[in-house]
Structures are given as C-alpha cells and as structure tokens.
Ligand binder design. Sequence first.
Ligand code: F6P
Length: 510
Amino acid sequence: MVTEQSVSPAPARVLVASNRGPVSYTRRDDGTLEARRGGGGLVSGLSAIGADGSGEDAVWVCAALGEGDREAVRRTEGRLDPADTGGQRVRMLGIDPEVYAAAYNDIANSTLWFVHHMLYQTPLEPSFGPEFRERWAAYETYNRAFAEALAQEAAEGAAVLVQDYHLALVPGMLRALRPDLRIGHFSHTPWAPAEYFRLLPDDIAERLLLGMLGADRLGFLTWRWAEAFKECARSVLADRGLTAHWPQDAAGDGGRHLTYAHENGPSGGRTYLAVHGLGADGDFLRERAHRPDVAERMAALREQIGVAPDGADRRTIVRVDRTELSKNIVRGLLSYRQLLLDHPHWRERVVHVAFAYPSRQDLAIYRAYTEEVQRVADAINTELGTPGWTPVVLHVKDDFARSLAAYRLADVALVNPIRDGMNLVAKEIPVLSERACALVLSREAGAYAELGEDALVVNPYDINATAAALHEALTMPPADRTDRAKRLAAAATALPPQRWFLDQLEALRG
Ligand code: F6P
C-alpha cells in the first residue's frame, strides 16, 4: 500500500544509495499497488541502524525500476510508505524511463559489467561510437539524480554509502554538492585489470575513476579487486596527466587500508581503499531453511532426484545462480557431462540439481544465454538419461525456499564463475548442507580468497579439470569432507551482513 501524501522528513545521518532498492511494486488489475520486499546483504545490514536504540535515522535512495515503481513514486512523491518497506525510510527516484534504460541496460549492465567481468569477444566488441556517447550522457544524468537526492536528504556531516558500478560517478558529484559529507562507495563486482579497463574510451575511464575517487573510502570484496582498482587509477590517471600518488605504507586499520592522494581529484585529498568480504547470514539462513515451505520443497526435490538402482540415495551436485553471463553455467553442465563420460559408474547414482534464475531479461544476450543453459541441460538428459534417472534437474523459475532445500540436500556445491565479485552461494551452501558438502570452486570467484584452502579449486574454463574435481568431491573420504565443511561454514559466516555494514559505517566516520 502507498499513501497519497508524503511529509518531508528530517535530514538523515546515514544514507545508502543503490540502483535496486529494498522494495518493488507491481500494479494489480484493480489499480492498487502490491509491494514486494527484497532481501540481501544491504537490507540486512541497514536493519542494524537504529537497532541499538540510538534513534539514528537512515534513508535508502534507489531508482524506480519498472512501471509499478514509477506509479508508487507518483503517488508518494518518491517517499515510500514505511508500511511497504518494513519501516525503512526509502526515497525512490522516478527517473525518465529512457534515461533509466540507457543508464542501467546499456552502460551499467552492457558496458561496465562487461568490462569488470571481462566478457567481451574483443574481435568485434566493444565498439564505442556516437550511440555510446548518448547512452553515457544518460548514465551521467542518472548518477546526477542520485547525487542531488542524496545531497537533499543528508544531514550535515552525514555518512553516505554508495553501492556499485551503477553509481560510479555519484561520489564525485556528491562531493561537489556537499563537501561536508563522509562518502563511501562499495563495489559488489570484481574490478577489471588495468589493461582491460583501458578498453573504455580514455575520457570515460578517467571520469569513472575520478567519480569513484570523490569518495573518502572505496570498499571492495577482496584485495584482488582493490589492487586492480589501484592499478587502474595509477596508470589511467597518469596517462591523463593527473598526479596520482600511493604511499607505500599501509595506514590505519591494521594495515588494511592504502592511502591515495590525488591533487586534482574531486575529493582533493585522500581516498582509502578497504576490503570487506561480505559473508553469509548464518543465523537467518538456518532459521529460514527450517520452515515448512522448505521442507515441502525438499520432499519434491527428493522425488525428482530419485534413488539409485541399488536403493541408495542419489548423490547431488548443486548449483544455484542468477543466470548472469559470468556464472559459467554452460561449462558447469558440460563438466558434469564429462564426469559421467569419464566415470560411468556415477550414472544413475548422481543428479546435478541446477537452478538458473532469470536475470536482466531485457537484454537479448541474457535471454540467449538462458536458452543455451536449457538446451545443454536437455541435451545431456537426452544423451545420457534413462527411464528412471534424469541426470540434470534444472529449474529456471526463482524460488528461494527451493534454493534452500537444494542447499540442505547438497553433497557437492558447484560454483564455477568465470569471474565473480564474491559469490555468496559458495558461502551459503556449506552453511546449510546436511551432508557436509564438498565445494568445487572457481579460482576466479572472490570467495576463493576466503574459502580456497578447503575447496577443490578449478580453472573455470577447463571442462576436464572441473569434471575431475567433481569426481574428487564425490569420492572425498567422509572425515575429510566433514572437516572441510566445518571450516568452510565458519569462514563463510565470519563477516555477516550486519557486521559488514557497520564496519564500513564506523570506518567511514573515522
Ligand atoms: O550479483 C552482483 C550484482 O552485480 C550486484 O553487484 C548488484 O547489486 C546486483 O548484481 C545487481 O543486479 P540487478 O541488475 O538484478 O539489480
């Protein structure tokens, strides 16, 4: 439900900005709006604000994503009814749909996402012409809308936590509007190596970097991405005639920060780099995974998985992804097929439970990728399946309870992205698996930095090696598996979302 009226609230001491907000709206047939709340690290993290009774006021600034959201913005002047948001103050921006589509689909998801995940097939792409420049102008407009809204909402000296590649220009723009603010930016993706980042036109690369460097603090999920950013800033800005200087000594915070002093950058001072490796929310997951809807999904999945001819439970290799181009689901399926070819005794004794949920379906390349996932899964089932055994159980409709059910049933977790900021699934499955799952993990996932020692680590492009790792995971001695699973679960929950968020806030406030 949304109200017709909105009251101008007090300036906020803590602000979060992200493209996708904590709630989305759809219009029902009778014209009313239905609000749906999302989950994730930020929602959980932000709930920590004020939970200590400090009475601290926080606001979340986000964009209207679709028609339902835009209608909610019209009805509330963008200040959503707290009844829809679980009490969270949310300011939703009704950005012009064409500007929004160009900024979100064309620049954020088809350019910046591709650069940071190194997804281009470079003989033909990218190719930056006049059309790109128009879209870039839209990206600037969209970032400016966020900067202006944040400047309006923030109390003197407030802390602002800006999220991700969608909003890379916001720190610089906001710094210019409100020099009094403490500004942080957090990247949930990898950061591209300098030589790949330099595919971008030079002036755009510079604007992105200076936009980010408007922040007091830049947060990343691993040091690998933080170092990549640092190298981009060093080399790209030096080429553009800007003075960039990184003191060799790590400053403050147990040596986890580096200081970047740039004389010409918009913050005109220092930007600290920091790493905050977002972890799984163990308490939430364990509670949520034991509700009745998950038990129902487990029963249904068990039915689909079936039992081996000798009556034993079939083993499961579980993967759960949003179908993003970087998740490498197709090579995962091909590796599973290779396992069945190389080790035929696993036939009828193992099932690959693969959930590939829709993501960014406005983009043709994402739709084509989803189709390819389905085609390859079907081909494996046709080639190798038997009347009593479906080798791949694929689901493409998002169902959180079913994901948790699969986590609980996992003997092996397969997480093989070609590149990934962190990959929380790699952390969540070991927390919930009731079979002390083994983890087959790509060395290109951010999670590798924390889980690599107890995982079976793979080169995500190598089908044979991934098949061999799956075999090793399925045959790992139970005691070894149990020990590793315990350590994986402990490492996975080391920095739960609320702590992750509060750490950043505290560090930003100094
Ligand atoms: O999964 C990584 C990620 O890029 C996050 O960085 C970001 O918050 C999210 O995906 C954005 O996804 P969407 O385009 O569906 O909003």
